[in-house]
Design a protein around this ligand. Structure first.
Ligand SMILES: NC(=O)c1ccc[n+]([C@@H]2O[C@H](COP(=O)([O-])OP(=O)(O)OC[C@H]3O[C@@H](n4cnc5c(N)ncnc54)[C@H](OP(=O)(O)O)[C@@H]3O)[C@@H](O)[C@H]2O)c1
Length: 331
């Protein structure tokens, strides 16, 4: 089965997703919505038979199985709602929603309308994540330091006094919502929801965090997270166990994972990264849409992603509140 795919938002990540989706052989780009028809045209120029829209209501009447939403964060809720009400399945970029209230409303709507809703948290769909999770399942974790900090292409505009969507509270932006989302997915995917959280943030005039350091408290151990968009960190991430330390070269797009025992023995985990980092999530979502209605195991996997997504959303919200970051979408 090939899923007819519609796209909202025409940034580079949408192009990456279409390439990844086509690479699975399970999707066909069928419609593009942009605020301007010229952008829709240039987005779709490499593909055949794509309908172009600059009117969202008309886009939603198009014959689509699934809509991929890569608009600014604060628009995800209204775009997902419109898609579900139009009978489409939804893949929404991370962070899926601005706060738990939006998340829960869209989840309920998806259940009522028999639609699937997926969050594009690519790092937990990488096979590397399963490899790491399986490896840790026999270990006792005593702590972790997780880092994702990368100088943003939107920094120069911010420094010039502009307000890019990424650094704007009105767009539910900030670095915790962006790169921090991957850190929370890793931590919560591996260790569960923390008992309590703290987050110290460096703020920018748009009312959001440009960098921050957080602590997730699990009772027996803590996980420290470090994220930033105003600098690049080359630090690895580390997970500490009673047997030794697992060292990861990243928190998404992981290429190397090495365990060093207390005796100094080195064990390389077998990681085979995909060229397109969205390939594995695109394949996973297609598998669910194809089979979860008849295969309870697949449906359970889908539900587990939703539960994880909800925990990440709630944790991110709590950390944001701890740092005093407010989004207009919270009102
Ligand atoms: N998974 C990943 O690796 C990854 C990577 C990057 C981004 N993302 C996520 O993808 C989403 C988009 O990020 P981005 O950096 O591409 O954002 P962006 O450039 O600010 O906006 C994305 C698209 O949304 C539309 N748009 C821009 N401003 C808008 C506004 N004020 N009102 C309505 N539509 C607007 C534009 O498309 P049109 O001009 O065609 O309407 C634009 O190309 C975010 O949720 C982000 O977290 C994920």
């Amino acid at each position: 089965m090939t899923f007819k795919l519609g796209i909202i938002g025409t940034g580079w990540i949408a192009t990456e997703f279409v390439e990844a989706a086509h690479g699975t052989g399970k999707y066909q780009l069928t419609a593009v919505y942009s605020r301007t028809i010229t952008r829709a045209l240039s987005f779709a120029e490499d593909y055949d038979d794509v309908e172009l829209f600059d009117n969202l209501d008309e886009f939603m009447t198009s014959d689509l199985d699934v809509v991929y939403i890569a608009s600014p964060n604060s628009f995800h809720y209204q775009h997902a709602k419109a898609a579900i009400l139009a009978g489409k399945n939804v893949i929404v970029e991370k962070p899926a929603f601005s706060n738990p209230k939006e998340f829960e409303e869209i989840h309920e709507l998806s259940v009522a309308h028999n639609a699937y809703i997926f969050e594009g948290a690519r790092n937990i769909h990488e096979r590397a994540f399963t490899t790491i999770s399986d490896f840790l399942s026999t270990k006792l974790v005593v702590g972790a330091d997780l880092t994702y900090a990368k100088y943003s292409s939107r920094m120069p505009a911010l420094m010039a006094g502009e307000l890019p969507n990424k650094w704007n509270a009105a767009m539910s932006g900030g670095i915790l919502a962006d790169l921090g989302c991957y850190l929370l997915y890793s931590a919560i995917g591996l260790f569960g929801k923390p008992r309590s959280v703290r987050y110290d943030a460096q703020m920018v005039p748009g009312g959001v965090d440009v960098s921050g350091i957080g602590v997730l408290e699990y009772g027996d151990f803590n996980v420290a997270i470090k994220t930033a968009g105003n600098l690049t960190s080359y630090l690895p991430s580390e997970i500490y166990t009673t047997d030794g330390t697992l060292i990861l070269d990243g928190i998404s797009a992981i290429q190397h994972a090495k365990f060093i025992t207390h005796d100094g023995e080195k064990i390389e985990l077998k990681i085979k990264p995909e060229k397109n980092h969205l390939a594995e999530e695109a394949a996973d979502f297609a598998e669910i849409m194809t089979g979860a209605s008849t295969d309870p195991e697949l449906f359970e996997r889908y539900e587990s992603w939703l539960q994880l997504a909800h925990k990440v959303c709630c944790t991110s919200y709590d950390m944001r509140k701890h740092a005093g970051i407010h989004f207009p979408a919270d009102d």
